[in-house]
Every structure is written in structure tokens, then in C-alpha cells.
Ligand binder design. Structure first.
Ligand code: APR
Ligand code: PHB
Length: 391
């Protein structure tokens, strides 16, 4: 089998890349370890930056997102039992779209298959090969047969635990990493969201976040130990704890409870691998970087890498210019580090750190107070949250 771009991974990065390349007339094949049902059902992030919305529209997959997604023109920060709204529309003129990652994935898979694209699900033992040469290939097993996909370039879109980053010699990559001393216990509940917009709560008992999946389902998170067992949390205990952390004074507000349909614990880390290219193997999305979910940036960062890479390949094939391809890693990393900084900052601002002294706790609350009371500081949060401009 031969194609121009061999894409490993059918997450949002691999699928959007496949779609954009198709629109540029560049052939590609996607190899995915899991089944279609599995990748379409995986519950992950849910907030799209302003320009990510545009990117998906330009990719031709905006229809369902625009019909079913929720435009949010602000978010709420809650601390000391008061709510403070950050008004994106006023501060930036922009909004974010609350639309699930698995819906983005479903829309992209449907678009690729409708256009006759090739996605091979349940491909096993996938190995990127010969990417130090001019003739890379990907070896894999599919339907019980050993196969080889020859290509011009390999796009490593296989997430944090994939094979691509691991295939690059260790000495060629610099790794920058931080793990946080807590995780998030995330739940999905069959109850309409208790707030129209997201609430990020900083509380003595720990951080909590109220988000949603459409108008009928709530997505909520609470800070927990990184190795917390979700089964140790009964539904009653989860709702009790969330009620504590979202407690508010002087407002007619209460947390709506409903049946919990899913529970899981996510560890929190920041991670960057540099550079994002080795020979003819390029890394995109979670394969190259991870952010803690506090700023809702993981998916958006992956989509931004894809834009840069698709444009670089367009120049390479249609203008015979490889400059952009050579600059791919540096172009992406400039954005990635700013987003790493924002995600780290939001995490530091909102969580309870066991190691904090009473002095540091006071400083944290003072910073929150500053963020919500200074227009300059609110704008800093807002412009990062809706997404920094694309280069
Ligand atoms: N061979 C083929 N496919 C693989 C392999 C492999 N060896 N290893 C992993 N994959 C697949 C995974 O099954 C998954 O479908 O690669 C895909 C990677 O997708 P994601 O993990 O969703 O990563 P990415 O597309 O970069 O999207 C980043 O996803 O993890 C969230 O928070 C993150 O929202 C961000 C987004
Ligand atoms: C989510 O809806 O899953 C979500 C929203 C905002 C975040 C993280 C996750 O910061």
C-alpha cells in the first residue's frame, strides 16, 4: 500500500489532519489501534476555542457543532463563596463553544468515510519505520495480515501513550515535565447543568469544576488524590463533596443532582517533547505535549498543531517549498509553551496544594481577587481562554 501521508492515530489530531489534507488534495491513510465504536465513545474534553470552531467549519465539519454546540460568552470563577464572571464578549469580542470531543471525532470520521477516505480501525502492532530515510513506511497488522504502508511522511497523532514519540532515539528529544500532586475525579450525570456557563471553584476542600454535555447532562469534576479509586466514591459522597465546594452566599443557586452514569480519575501533568520532528516523522497533539485540563486546552492545542502541519504540507506539495515543514516544530512550540504556561497558571491558581503555607494560600486568594477585579488581569485570562490568535 502507498500513500503520501501515513497518519498514526484516529483521535482529533489524526482525523482533522486527514480531513484538511483531503481538502488540499493530499492523499493519506489513517491507522488506528482501537475500534470505531471505542474512539467515538471516549469521553474527553468539551471546550473549543474561538479559532478551533473556525478551523472545524473550514474543514467542512461545522454543521452539527453549530446546531448542537453551546456558545459561551464567559466563565465563572467562584472563591470565598462568591461568583465572579469573566466576560469574554466584553473583554475579547469572542466566545468558546462547548461541544464534546467525541462529537468532533464522530463528525470527522463521518466526513472522512463519506468522502471515501481510508481509516483502518483495529490496526495492531503499528510501527513507524525508516523515517530517517527519504522512504518511510509504517508496518502493522490488520485483519490478521502483516502489511506495509509506504509514504512520504509519517504523522504521529497517536496520543501520549502511542508508539511514535517512543520510536525517536531518546538522545534526540528533550522532555520537559511536571506532575501535579492531585488528580480530577470526573463524573457525567443525567441532570441539566446547574449553571449556563462553566464554574471553576477554588475552595478550602479543593478545586471543583461544573461543565456540561449539552443542555441535559452535567459534567463535573473535583480535585482528588492522583491515585484515587473512583469506586471509593459513592454517588452520595460525590454530590455532598461537590455541594461543599460549590457553596455560595448571597445567590439563589443550588447544585442540581441526578443519576451519575460515569466516573473516572484523571492524573494531572504538563509535558512537552522537543523537537516535534525527527527525519520524516512528525509529532502532533498529545503525542508531543500534555497540559493539565484546567484551561481546557488539550484538544485545542492538538487542532492548532494540525493546522500548522497541513499548511506546511500544502506548501511542500503545491509550491515545492519545504520551508514551513522545516519550521513546523518551532512554529508549534511557540504556541504550545504559551498554552502550557496558561494551563499551569490556571491549575496553580485554582487548586488546593497540601504544601501551601497559610501565607501562600492568602497569596493565591489575592491573585484570584486581582484577576476578577482588574480589567487587565481579567483580559489576560479571557484572551488565553478563548484562544491566542493563530500564527
Ligand atoms: N497505533 C495506532 N493508533 C494508536 C496507537 C498505536 N500504536 N497508540 C495510540 N493510538 C491511537 C489511540 O487509540 C487514539 O485513538 O491514537 C489516538 C490518539 O488520540 P488522542 O489520545 O485523542 O490524541 P490527539 O488526537 O492528539 O488529541 C488530543 O485528546 O487526550 C485528549 O486531552 C487530549 O483533548 C486532547 C486530545
Ligand atoms: C469539560 O467539559 O470536560 C471540561 C471543561 C473545562 C475544562 C476541562 C474540562 O477546563
Amino acid at each position: 500500500m502507498r500513500t503520501q501521508i501515513g497518519i498514526i492515530g484516529a483521535g482529533p489530531a489524526g482525523l482533522l489532519l486527514s480531513q484538511l489534507l483531503h481538502l488540499h488534495g493530499i492523499e493519506n491513510v489513517v491507522l488506528e489501534a482501537r475500534s470505531r465504536q471505542y474512539v467515538e465513545g471516549r469521553i474527553r474534553a468539551g471546550v473549543l476555542e474561538y479559532d478551533a470552531v473556525r478551523t472545524l467549519e473550514e474543514a467542512g465539519v461545522g454543521a452539527r457543532m453549530n446546531a448542537e454546540g453551546l456558545k459561551h460568552f464567559g466563565v465563572n470563577l467562584r472563591f470565598r463563596e462568591r461568583t465572579h464572571r469573566i466576560d469574554f464578549a466584553d473583554l475579547t469580542g469572542k466566545f468558546v463553544m462547548v461541544y464534546s470531543q467525541h462529537d468532533v471525532v464522530r463528525d470527522l470520521i463521518a466526513a472522512r468515510l463519506a468522502a471515501g477516505g481510508t481509516i483502518l480501525f483495529e490496526a495492531s502492532d503499528v510501527r513507524p519505520c525508516d523515517f530517517e530515510s527519504e522512504h518511510p513506511s509504517i508496518r502493522f497488522r490488520h485483519n490478521g495480515q502483516e502489511q506495509t504502508l509506504e509514504c512520504d511522511f509519517i504523522a504521529g497523532c497517536d496520543g501520549f501513550h502511542g508508539v511514535c514519540r517512543e520510536s525517536i532515539p531518546k538522545a534526540e528529544l528533550a522532555i520537559y515535565e511536571r506532575t501535579y500532586p492531585f488528580g480530577w475525579l470526573g463524573i457525567l450525570a443525567d441532570v441539566p447543568p446547574s449553571s449556563e456557563e462553566l464554574i471553576y471553584a477554588n475552595h478550602e476542600r479543593g478545586f471543583a469544576l461544573l461543565s456540561m454535555r449539552g443542555r441535559e447532562r452535567s459534567r463535573l469534576y473535583l480535585q482528588c488524590a492522583p491515585d484515587e479509586d473512583p469506586e471509593a466514591w459513592s454517588d452520595e459522597r460525590i454530590w455532598e463533596e461537590l455541594s461543599w465546594r460549590f457553596a455560595v452566599r448571597g445567590e439563589d443557586w443550588h447544585l442540581k443532582r441526578g443519576p451519575i452514569t460515569q466516573k473516572s480519575v484523571t492524573p494531572m501533568r504538563s509535558f512537552v517533547a522537543e523537537p516535534m520532528q525527527y527525519g520524516r516523522l512528525f509529532l502532533l497533539g498529545d503525542a508531543a505535549h500534555i497540559v493539565p485540563p484546567t484551561g481546557a486546552k488539550g484538544l485545542n492545542l492538538a487542532l492548532a498543531d494540525v493546522r500548522v502541519f497541513a499548511r506546511a504540507l500544502d506548501s511542500y506539495y503545491h509550491k515545492h517549498d519545504s520551508t514551513r515543514l522545516g519550521e513546523y516544530s518551532n512554529t508549534c512550540l511557540r504556541r504550545i509553551w504559551k498554552v502550557e504556561r496558561f494551563s499551569w497558571w490556571m491549575t496553580s491558581l485554582l487548586h488546593r496544594f497540601e504544601t501551601h503555607s497559610a501565607f501562600e494560600r492568602r497569596i493565591q486568594l489575592a491573585e484570584l481577587d486581582y484577576v476578577v477585579s482588574s480589567r487587565a488581569a481579567s483580559t489576560t485570562l479571557a484572551e488565553n481562554y478563548v484562544g491566542l490568535p493563530l500564527e
